[in-house]
Design a protein around this ligand. Structure first.
Ligand code: C2O
Ligand code: CU
Ligand code: CU
Length: 490
């Protein structure tokens, strides 16, 4: 792994608040691990099984010379351990909550049952409690970049803003394409945290929020980190770089570029695109993932290139004060390092076709969901879907096996990334313009004034789950609906 010396020194003194009892399952430890350029501790399935212990616990880190702040971590790590599985594997997670508030786990993007001890976000894990999640990774699960995070309604934004998130990688088709397999693979988990006067001090859980944070717009922190590090330097030793990005921030959008370098996007939320797509910049809303492939063979040796985050206005003027006046900032650097130990690899080319994607056809129903905020009866200001705030009872009932079109209409003054659990979807059109790329997604941006039509099929799993805005303050403030997937009547 490639450490930038300055970060190494800064992180040398990292401690962990509270040593906690821990049962070791396969190779995963919850000893404190400093954030590192190469990302989290990795555990992989073996002969079809990955069994791990995850502990939601406080941990104290000092980032970027700031005073130590208390984060919420999985196993003392920021971000949490990366779990790697294959379709058809079993993933068993022994989960313990040592925080002083309720939490639970959601497996964002995975096709799992929303019930029992699978992807059941209605299951509360109280402080001090332990539960087991038993996840049969579906044999047809699309390989890709997925993630886990808390989903206990009302505290989701806070718990992600304090650090709770980790990757789940399903290996498969893209990993077997030679040009991609030969690339240097880097996982980048993007998070933002408060700093300075807004930082909760170590030694206690703290409130986690300063008074000036804007809950309505969705909280943002000034300190952007990749794999828990502010402005890491990533050494590139191969001729292709494969970046696998996750936006794990509760509200912040990332609009990323390497100036003058074009990227080929090869995957979205739901795995491989049918064909690579050339991009100059990449917009990643909260919850979304993307994979890009970048040729680096022409990069000058030892010169560093910035990964920049560009400003993006996700609400109309006036809603968020000065938050959009930020200049482009370098959030990481890439530095090419070719030496005798890393001879340039022979040139390899990316195929035109990456994957075969099934196109969903013939919806039996078209539904409409308007997204806005306003007054909810008895609750004051709330974020609403079809005029309703989250009710805790089914707000939409669909039938297992059906294909439906959902028209997502943003009638408000803020952008909303719309997310559905359990089943992925395809974007059919935006403002009536047919979508040209065929891709599986689970989170789609619906901009102010926009109408986005998505197509979804409810496969395999009956039960109750949710759809919501992935600006997690909006979700906590009601922009979520319950979805009941009922078995077909016989
Ligand atoms: Cu990543 Cu319901 O969320
Ligand atoms: Cu989700
Ligand atoms: Cu929203």
């Amino acid at each position: 792994m490639a450490f930038n010396r300055r970060q190494f020194l800064t992180l040398g003194g990292v401690g962990l608040a509270g040593a906690l009892s821990f049962q070791a399952w396969r190779s995963l430890s919850n000893a404190p691990v400093s954030p590192q350029v190469s990302g989290a501790t990795v555990v992989r399935s073996d002969r079809g099984l990955l069994e791990v212990a995850l502990n939601a616990q406080y941990g104290s880190f000092s980032l970027d010379g700031d005073p130590a702040q208390t984060f919420m971590t999985y196993n003392g790590q920021l971000p949490g351990p990366r779990l790697e599985v294959n379709p058809g594997d079993r993933l068993i997670i022994h989960f313990t909550n040592t925080l002083d508030q309720s939490t639970n786990l959601h497996f964002h993007g995975l096709h799992l049952a929303p019930t029992g001890n699978q992807d059941n976000i209605f299951r509360e894990v109280k402080p001090g409690a332990s539960v087991t999640y038993e996840l049969p990774i579906h044999p047809q699960q699309r390989p890709g970049t997925y993630w886990y995070h808390p989903h206990w309604h009302g505290v989701v934004a806070e718990q992600l803003f304090r650090g709770l998130a980790g990757l789940i990688v399903v290996r498969g088709e893209l990993d077997q394409i030679p040009a991609i397999a030969a690339a240097q693979e880097e996982f980048l988990v993007l998070q933002d945290f408060p700093r300075g006067a807004n930082v909760p001090r170590s030694g206690g859980p703290g409130m986690g929020m300063a008074m000036d944070q804007n809950f309505m717009a969705g909280r943002q922190g000034e300190l952007i980190t990749l794999n828990g590090l502010p402005q890491p330097t990533i050494d590139i030793t191969q001729d292709w770089l494969r970046l696998r990005l996750l936006n794990a921030s509760p509200s912040r959008f990332y609009r990323l570029q390497i100036p003058d370098i074009s990227w080929q996007q090869i995957a979205t939320d739901g795995g491989a695109l049918a064909q690579p797509k050339v991009l100059g910049e990449l917009l990643l809303t909260p919850g979304q993932r993307a994979e890009v492939l970048i040729p680096t063979d022409q990069w000058p040796d030892r010169q560093s290139l910035p990964l920049e985050n560009l400003p993006y206005a996700r609400a109309q003027m006036g809603m968020m004060g000065g938050q959009f006046s930020e200049p482009p900032t370098a959030i990481a650097h890439f530095r090419k390092r070719l030496g005798t130990e890393n001879p340039a690899s022979p040139s390899i080319t990316l195929p035109d076709r990456l994957s075969t994607l099934e196109k969903l056809e013939n919806p039996v129903v078209t539904r409409r969901f308007t997204l806005n905020h306003g007054m909810a009866p008895g609750r004051g200001m709330a974020f609403l879907i079809n005029g309703e705030s989250y009710a805790g009872t089914p707000q939409t009932t669909v039938t297992l096996g059906d294909v439906e079109d959902w028209e997502l209409i943003n009638t408000g003054t803020m952008d909303h990334p719309f997310h559905v659990h359990v089943n992925g979807f395809q974007v059919v059109s935006r403002n009536g313009e047919p979508e040209t790329d065929l891709a599986w997604r689970d989170t789609v941006l619906v901009r102010v004034g926009e109408t986005v039509r998505i197509r979804i099929r409810f496969d395999d799993f009956p039960g109750t789950t949710v759809y919501h805005c992935h600006i997690l303050d909006h979700e906590d403030l009601g922009m979520m609906g319950q979805l009941w997937i009922q078995p077909p009547s016989t």
